[in-house]
Write a protein that binds this ligand. Structure first.
Ligand code: PGA
Length: 249
């Protein structure tokens, strides 16, 4: 059965002290849950986060990585560096990386391939922009993103992939896709994977929704058949809000 997952993407927020404080609060108050709970602090605080969460079930993710092994790539972080400090999951393809740092599907395909080769689990983000939805192109856009970055993977790689559908117009805007819009897209994503691979691969992959998930809307969104949890931005920075969302699974 596919995993339920609630993951917090902290983006460029929280210094070291704030990170330690939030992690301590999260691990102290974490409810009993069937969901995997994950957080993605900034790179500089990842190592400390792994230490702080050593006896917790909360997992630590990175927000990005480079596709090369090592070498002259100033400012970049490799898969091996993440694994070496105990980070086992990496977020790739977040819309902010695509929009502000020029990440393309082709570049992301290389990052995904390297992460999987190294044994990292990948949380792959994708989703349409507002004008694409308004023009009725959202299904096509999502299909193309998946195809370009993921559909040359072999069958066995899919057990290390988590998908996060994040419509760009709903990220940090306070606007959420309705639970019906989320379900409609998640079902489409599953169907697209079933056609490209198989029903069992499509059934097993966790598909998270992201975009202004808050304590007051999480339960309704998570109740949808094809929504297996959420990738949470703003609300993951406040312990009680994030834990309320964990509780909504
Ligand atoms: P948000 O961010 O919850 O603040 O909209 C979601 C995300 O970027 O993953």
């Amino acid at each position: 059965m596919r995993s339920k997952i609630v993951a917090g993407n902290w983006k460029m927020n929280k210094n070291l002290e704030e990170t330690e404080k939030l992690l301590a609060e999260l691990s102290a108050k974490l409810p009993n849950t069937e969901a995997e709970v994950m957080v993605a602090p900034t790179f500089v605080n990842l190592s400390r986060s792994v230490q702080v969460l050593e006896s917790s079930t909360i997992q630590v993710m990175a927000q990005n990585m480079h596709f090369e092994e090592s070498g002259a790539f100033t400012g970049e972080i490799s898969a091996d560096m993440l694994l070496n400090i105990g980070v086992e999951t990496v977020i790739l393809g977040h819309s902010e990386r695509r929009a502000y740092f020029g990440e393309t599907d082709e570049l992301l395909a290389k990052k995904v391939a390297k992460a999987l080769e190294k044994g990292l689990r990948v949380m792959f983000c994708f989703g349409e922009e507002l004008d694409e939805r308004k023009a009725g192109n959202h299904f096509k856009v999502v299909e193309t993103q998946l195809k370009n970055a993921l559909f040359s993977l072999d069958n066995s790689s899919w057990s290390s992939i988590v998908l996060a559908y994040e419509p760009v117009w709903a990220i940090g805007t306070g606007e959420t896709a309705s639970p019906e819009q989320a379900q409609e897209m998640h079902a489409f994503i599953r169907k697209t994977i079933a056609e490209a691979y198989s029903n069992s691969i499509a059934d097993e992959v966790s598909i998270l929704y992201g975009g202004s998930v808050k304590p007051n809307n999480a339960q309704e969104i998570f109740s949808k058949t094809d929504v297996d949890g959420g990738l949470i931005g703003g609300a993951s920075l406040v312990a009680d809000d994030f834990l309320a969302i964990v509780n909504a699974i």
